[in-house]
Design a protein around this ligand. Structure first.
Ligand SMILES: [Zn+2]
Length: 599
């Protein structure tokens, strides 16, 4: 898609019902008047601080500061680009976007085209004579024909030129194939060779269902690495994507739960057994962005996320790591504890040995992360303990216990530890509560130390911005008496400058959401969306008084500066300077009088 005119974007914004779009992701409650409230999909919280204002077409979260218009919301929650959101909303509202030629978009289309073609070629190779090794492997893993078709599983022949021979050697195609790591350039610069050879090929789809990359699995234990993944490319972002995410999404939303497993074959095997909400990260440990991606799809309450990593040492380490990164996300994380870890090392083996019903039972028995961590730390330890050991354990568990939000989980963990350490629960509780230091509380305190005077000053600046958002026709009047420097808060200053500049250019016709969309700084977007969602919080005092407040402050500052200069001049005996500064002082005082008398 090429350049999209701002008229088209304004039209889309007007026709889009922000409440129904955002309501697809969170449970919106009509709170007061025309605004809606919900639990924020971008951070973990127990009471709603996520506000949507349909009149202003803006949302803002008072917990994490995320805010913006409907375009920004969809970009964040669906990981879409701006043009993709525009396209989506335009289609939804029956608005046609004029098509312009865009060479970049065409090149990107080429990337998806060769990826899809490669997937088809690998699928085709699976049924050749050479592909028998892959078919045997799939048979051994009991993967059925329709599953193979569903996941588009294929085979990369043991050849250096399968893809180039089939897709072609045209420069455009070769360069596209190289960009998405289907082929690599030879070191001597002479042509290309296939990246994947003699591997089982599993395509990895993006959220739109396009082939974005591949995972290639070996057939024998000796071959390394076990999984070879496409390297990062324009189409393949390993941090932001998950294997099977698109297909799992309907079940994840319906059941409000997702299972994270280690391997693609685990996902496929679970799917075949009717468990359709499993995903896997792409050859790297699961990261914050992927957890967020999952968390955003719970509607009314925290998503239940089951970590079901392999039973071996590496899998358990990965579990601990996953636990440590999920803390701030709105999810309810649980860890699957293996029955018979000595027999089965992954979900695929377990289901084959014990059946899918037992796997489901194992899921139901999954431990909350705290219980999991306590059990893991104390496994094999036999009470009674010596006092120093008890003290050491209490210190170790202190941080863990203080992190637990849920009172039920907390008392449960304390009870468990109390039995283990043979200490009364209330004694233990006191011990855990002591010297509690929390980053967020500290920073809250820091904010409260702002003097009331400064607070009032910043409030006045906020009010002026709010007036200007509602009455853009006043901008010229304000510009005549205030300069950007009168805004001492740097964010408000930048917002004031942006409002003046954009409204000037648009003849004062811009709505708050349109100004917001023009800001390219995340902090400014957050501050402005907060102002827009709190437009009703405005004093009874008229705009003029707020402006006068700012001017008074400016003059006071100037007077103080002049007084200091006079003192300096006096101590150095510079009479001409004293006379000159005194004149300036008189002028400022005169301005002050004018200001006060203009009331
Ligand atoms: Zn939030």
């Amino acid at each position: 898609m090429g350049y999209i005119s701002s008229d088209t974007i304004s039209l889309i914004r007007e026709r889009t019902d922000i409440i129904s779009v955002i309501g697809e992701y969170v449970h919106l409650i009509n709170s007061s008047g025309r605004t809606y409230k919900a639990l924020c999909p971008f951070h973990k919280e127990k009471t709603p601080s996520f506000i949507v204002n349909p009149d202003k077409q803006i949302y803002h979260c008072f917990g994490c500061g995320k805010g913006g218009d409907v375009f920004g919301f969809l970009m964040d929650i669906e990981h879409l680009t701006f043009p993709e959101v525009v396209k989506f909303l335009a289609a939804k509202n029956g608005i046609e976007i004029p098509k312009d030629y865009d060479p970049e978009a065409e090149k990107r289309e080429d990337l998806y085209k060769v990826l899809d073609e490669a997937a088809s070629l690998y699928e085709k190779a699976l049924y050749t004579e050479e592909g028998k090794i892959a078919r045997d492997y799939l048979e051994k893993r009991e993967i059925k024909a329709d599953t193979i078709k569903k996941f588009r599983i294929g085979y990369a022949p043991d050849s250096w030129g399968y893809l180039t021979n089939s897709i072609g050697r045209e420069y455009k195609l070769l360069s596209a194939m190289e960009k998405v790591d289907l082929v690599k350039k030879r070191d001597n610069g002479n042509g290309c060779y296939d990246t994947f050879r003699n591997r089982l090929m599993i395509p990895i789809l993006d959220i739109h269902g396009r082939v974005a990359g591949f995972g290639g699995r070996v057939f024998s234990a000796e071959q390394e690495p076990k999984y070879l993944n496409s390297s990062e490319s324009e189409t393949f972002n390993k941090r932001k994507m998950l294997f099977n995410f698109r297909e799992a999404l309907p079940t994840i939303r319906r059941q409000n739960s997702a299972i994270v497993v280690e391997g693609y074959m685990d996902v496929i095997s679970l799917w075949q057994s009717g468990i359709t909400n499993a995903v896997a990260s792409l050859g790297t440990a699961i990261g914050t962005e992927q957890i967020q991606l999952l968390a955003r799809n719970s509607k009314t309450k925290d998503l239940n996320l089951y970590f079901c990593y392999d039973a071996d040492e590496a899998g358990q380490k990965a579990t601990i790591r996953a636990i440590s990164i999920q803390k701030d996300s709105p999810i309810n994380a649980r860890v699957v504890v293996w029955d018979h870890p000595e027999l089965y090392k992954d979900p695929d083996e377990y289901i084959k040995g014990e059946g899918v019903e037992n796997f489901k039972k194992m899921l139901e028995k999954a431990e909350d992360i705290y219980t999991f961590l306590v059990n893991k730390r104390t496994r094999g330890m036999k009470p009674p303990f010596e006092i120093p050991v008890k003290e050491k354990l209490i210190q170790e568990f202190k941080e863990l216990v203080q992190e637990i939000q849920s009172p039920i989980a907390k008392s449960e963990v304390i009870r468990k530890l109390s039995r283990l350490l043979d200490i009364e629960p209330n004694v233990l509780e006191k011990e855990f509560e002591s010297k509690r230091v929390e980053g967020s509380e500290l920073s809250k305190k820091a904010n409260n130390t702002v003097s009331p005077e400064l607070n009032a000053e910043i409030q006045r600046q906020e009010w002026i911005i709010k007036y200007l958002l509602e009455q853009p026709e006043e901008i010229d009047m304000v510009k005549n008496v205030l300069t950007a420097d009168d805004f001492t808060d740097s964010q408000l200053r930048a917002i004031y400058e942006a409002i003046c500049m954009y409204q000037d250019a648009a003849g004062g016709t811009l709505k708050p959401a349109e100004i917001l969309a023009m800001l390219d700084n995340e902090k400014l977007v957050s501050r402005l969306s907060e102002l827009v969602t709190t437009l009703e919080d405005k004093p009874e005092v008229p705009l003029k008084e707020c402006i006068q407040g700012l001017i008074r402050r400016r003059l006071e500052k100037k007077l103080k500066l002049l007084q200091k200069r006079i003192r300096d001049a006096e101590s150095s005996g510079d009479d001409t300077a004293i006379a000159q500064i005194s004149m300036e002082q008189l002028e400022v005082k005169r301005q002050f009088d004018v200001l006060i008398n203009s009331h």
